[in-house]
Ligand binder design. Structure first.
Ligand SMILES: Nc1ncnc2c1ncn2[C@@H]1O[C@H](COP(=O)(O)OP(=O)(O)OP(=O)(O)O)[C@@H](O)[C@H]1O
Ligand SMILES: [Mg+2]
Length: 370
């Protein structure tokens, strides 16, 4: 059996005034895993993190850390450490003193403390700036001090709430790599809250996608990217093209869906048991699995008029309108020498039957038998 550091069982949080911030949350987090919780503003991420850390009481459900039920224990008895978005460093103390603080509180002797602090400052590459005060540091440096301060107590689990939120784009890219490196070096379980898909997908071993106070999907970045389970996840994970239609018929693991006056032939994932024939259904096609041109080997084709191109290095996304207001994104590597489209130019877009993913409805609080 896998060693779980954190187990969350049927956790609910209802705030006074009947705000349901977290509903029936279940997750198992392995030792040394880097987990990110991803979802839009207000979906309950911070509340869940605070419940794991003991800063907020769960209304119902149990939370276990290293096999021990900590649901009713205060933060100081949980072996967790929390890093806040604002860093919350002590302004009048030096970098060294900020990191040293919790060891001093625990009554560790001076030499032992110093050795540990220097070691930690080296890990986060802040040993050269140990005598500075937070106001004389850049955002990224403050972030590293906050990280060192959270890690110095050697928690089983480090809880990070939007740790990179205050940093500008370039620094965020650098710190993402560093955070991941430090996590791997220390082997501490990280649970990180973010609303950035890129942060979640690039750093985490496991991603928990939330919306509406509920878990929508738990999986590796690859699983979430390749097999979004429902409409919310497919839509939220950015590079999916969404289609709405009516299921005409089923043949084995495939269905015909009528959408935009066309018949599409797409795959039914094995976890979808009931295919509602004659009813409305949604499917998605990843932008990188959508192709321009008429490909004879691809079952699905649709015509669209060229709208715009978005560039990201050598990767470009061409946008086509296939019916008023319905835009399809085609992501591909193109060379400068490739011909460019004129606005309004018609093009055929193709995708294979396997690229289409039939989607379940998103989980909603009202679906639960409460
Ligand atoms: N102390 C509180 N009292 C009442 N309602 C609260 C309290 N804290 C949070 N909420 C509500 O619970 C819901 C979830 O809040 P939470 O802070 O967990 O969201 P979040 O996912 O972290 O959002 P963000 O990305 O904006 O930080 C929101 O509707 C919020 O208004
Ligand atoms: Mg939050």
């Amino acid at each position: 059996m896998a060693e779980y550091d954190v187990v969350i069982e049927h956790v609910d949080k209802t705030f006074p005034g009947n705000t349901r911030a977290v509903i029936d949350f279940n997750a198992e987090i392995e030792q040394g895993e880097f987990v990110s919780m991803l979802g839009p503003s207000g979906c309950g991420k911070t509340t869940l993190l605070r419940m794991i850390g003991g800063l907020e009481e769960a209304t119902t459900g149990r939370i276990f850390i290293s096999g021990k039920d900590v649901t009713d224990l205060p933060p100081s008895h949980r072996d967790t450490s929390m890093m806040f978005q604002s860093f919350a460093l002590f302004p009048h103390r030096t970098v060294f003193q900020n990191v040293e603080f919790s060891l001093k509180m625990r009554g560790m002797d001076k030499d032992q403390r110093a050795a540990k602090v220097w070691n930690m400052l080296e890990t986060v590459a802040m040993d050269q700036l140990a005598t500075r005060r937070p106001s004389d540091l850049s955002g990224g440096q403050q972030q590293r001090v906050a990280l060192a301060r959270a890690l110095i107590s050697e928690p089983t689990v480090l809880l990070l709430d939007e740790p990179l939120g205050a940093l500008d784009y370039n620094l965020r890219q650098t710190m993402m790599v560093e955070l991941k490196k430090i996590q791997q070096e220390t082997g501490i379980t990280f649970i990180m809250v973010t609303h950035s898909q890129q942060e979640a997908m690039s750093m985490a071993d496991k991603v928990i996608v939330m919306s509406d106070a509920m878990v929508q999907q738990i999986g590796t970045s690859r699983e979430i990217h390749e097999t979004p389970r429902n409409r919310f996840v497919a839509d939220f994970i950015g590079n999916n093209n969404m289609f709405k239609g009516v299921i005409q018929s089923r043949s084995g693991s495939m269905v015909f869906v009528q959408a935009n006056d066309q018949l599409y032939y797409i795959r039914v994932p094995e976890y979808i048991r009931q295919v509602p024939i004659g009813q409305e259904a949604h499917f998605s096609v990843r932008a990188d699995l959508m192709h321009t041109g008429d490909h004879p080997d691809m079952a699905n084709k649709v015509r669209g008029s060229y709208v715009a191109t978005e560039f990201l290095g050598t990767l470009e996304t061409d946008v086509f309108e296939i019916e008023p207001g319905h835009f399809v994104h085609v992501e591909q590597h193109r060379k400068l020498s490739d011909t460019s489209y004129q606005i309004g130019e018609m093009e055929t877009l193709s995708f294979t039957a396997d690229s289409g993913m039939l989607l379940e409805e998103a989980r909603k609080p009202e679906d639960l038998d409460l």
